[in-house]
Ligand binder design. Structure first.
Ligand SMILES: Cc1cc2nc3c(=O)[nH]c(=O)nc-3n(C[C@H](O)[C@H](O)[C@H](O)COP(=O)(O)O)c2cc1C
Length: 470
């Protein structure tokens, strides 16, 4: 059997020390240049040269102020603050690349579907079909308070709102405009044929969107949908909408169980479970030899900030570990933050417990994901083992120092993965991200994706045949 392909995304955020609290102190780190356009355009070129599938941009809309009940540790340690908006970075990176994809995180909790759908269509036009939306529902109280709420909406309710939000977007992207609505015919004085554009007439529980979409159809129409909900409700949301799903992994056995659960949920939604790409967060520290890589990791660890890690973890889990004995194992409780961030250290592996001190040390490099340090062969062996033993499809690779960690990976590990037949030598014939990542024959969503229902409605209006649904 041919070796399973490995998909590669770079995991970034418009801030410093994204998954490596404290590493902004390291002399090789250039992440502080995140405010410069050239930081992003150089990075995009590097990743495309290294045959990465996409750059994945995380985002949050609040500060990490749970730890010690204050934003001070996050500010001192640059724990995802200061931070900029990732959306505008995409068009600059698209301008200097041809095939690299762009996964951009936008929280639907603080958006209106009508406006966000247009922003994403804009990106899909400007990138010529290379954009993915990482749909998140947010987990920070500090974001809710500054964005028109007294407190966050309850955890599971956020996903109910999300289901309707997605449905409105799908109608705008797939139903409102026909492919040939724009005729641009000077003779007839007709730019857009009004007969080929229609209002969606959506009146739901959370949203009323009666009108027609403002944007004409973009190459992919619906951008590739990424999702990273990890609680049971989050997973069912991901299984319904995600074409790529991003999960946290600590050990392989637990990840295998999680992947099996997610694929079963995808099948339960009437979708082909193998059509969805599952990614884990992982940090690879590569050098010519194992010894050099281990020395590099040790040196990196000397810059790590435990306070920064605990600030990060406070935001993710909703738990202030400053009040918790550092050496007493954590127990699971429900919070309104990202439940998975807590679950992974309490329930994922029934054979081990984690104390706050261990969690902080674990998180200082690579966040919740595993860290692999070694020669190109060692790193490639580890990546292959993760893919083959857990059923995942690829990695969102975090950096320790930017862009150095990515540059090392491109120079050392990608050629090794290509030699092993795991990463293709070049990009495939399809120009869009969906064709490359999901493997669809066209730039558009598969027939089994929920967005396709609204495409069918549009086609039916035009008298076209539509696939029957089971
Ligand atoms: C690997 C991973 C990456 C995530 N990235 C982001 C992000 O960039 N921004 C964000 O607001 N939420 C992010 N999330 C949070 C989830 O999308 C989700 O909102 C959160 O985990 C709470 O839902 P849950 O309890 O279902 O996991 C991420 C979650 C995971 C597991």
């Amino acid at each position: 059997m041919a070796a399973k392909r490995i998909y590669l995304n770079a995991f970034e955020m418009a801030c410093v020390g994204h998954q490596a609290p404290g590493l902004w102190r390291h002399p090789d780190d250039r992440a502080w240049r995140y405010k410069d356009l050239s930081y992003w355009t150089d990075l995009a070129r590097l990743l495309e040269r290294g045959r990465f599938d996409a750059i994945f941009l995380a985002d949050v809309l609040g500060v990490y102020d749970v730890y010690e009940g204050s934003p001070d540790a996050a500010l001192r340690e640059a724990t995802q603050v200061p931070m900029l908006d990732p959306v505008p970075l995409v068009s600059a990176m698209a301008g200097v690349t041809e095939r690299l994809g762009f996964g951009v995180t936008v929280s639907l909790t603080y958006e209106q579907p009508y406006a966000l759908a247009r922003r994403l269509s804009t990106l899909d036009h400007l990138t010529d079909g290379r954009v993915a939306w990482n749909v998140v529902t947010s987990y920070l109280e500090s974001a809710a308070r500054n964005l028109g709420f007294d407190t966050q909406r309850a955890h599971d309710d956020r996903y109910d709102v999300g289901d309707e939000f997605m449905d409105v977007c799908y109608q705008l992207w797939e139903y409102s405009w026909d492919d040939d609505a724009v005729v641009r015919d000077p003779e007839r004085g007709l730019f857009t044929d009004p007969a080929k554009v229609r209002p969606i007439g959506h009146h739901g529980r959370y949203y009323d969107v009666p009108g027609l979409f403002l944007a004409e159809p973009s190459p992919q129409r619906t951008p590739v949908i990424f999702q990273a909900g990890a609680s049971p409700r989050g997973r069912s949301f991901a299984a319904r909408h995600g074409e790529a799903i991003f999960i946290n992994a600590v050990d392989r056995a637990a990840t295998r169980r999680l992947v099996d659960d997610i694929r079963a949920r995808i099948a339960g939604e009437g979708r082909d479970p193998e059509s969805v790409r599952i990614f884990i967060l992982l940090t690879a520290i590569a050098a010519e030899t194992d010894a050099q890589a281990r020395a590099k990791e040790e040196e990196y660890r000397s810059y790590a900030s435990l306070d920064g890690a605990l600030a990060l973890y406070g935001g993710w889990s909703g738990l202030d570990l400053s009040g918790h004995d550092p050496d007493t194992p954590l127990a699971y409780i429900d919070t309104d933050a990202a439940r998975s961030a807590l679950e992974i250290f309490t329930r994922a592996d029934p054979t081990r417990t984690w104390t706050p001190r261990e969690v902080a040390r674990y998180l200082t490099i690579g966040g919740i994901g595993p860290v692999v340090a070694g020669s190109p062969a060692t790193v490639a062996d580890e990546l292959e083992a993760w893919v083959d033993e857990t059923g995942i499809d690829g990695f969102n690779l975090a950096y320790v120092v930017a862009p150095g960690t990515f540059a090392d990976f491109v120079e050392l590990v990608v050629p090794e993965l290509q030699r092993r037949g795991r990463v293709p030598a070049g990009y495939g014939p399809g120009r869009t991200l969906r064709e490359n990542l999901v493997g669809t024959p066209t730039p558009h969503v598969r027939d089994d994706h929920p967005a396709a229902r609204h495409r069918d409605r549009r086609r039916a209006l035009a008298g076209e045949a539509v696939p029957s649904r089971a």
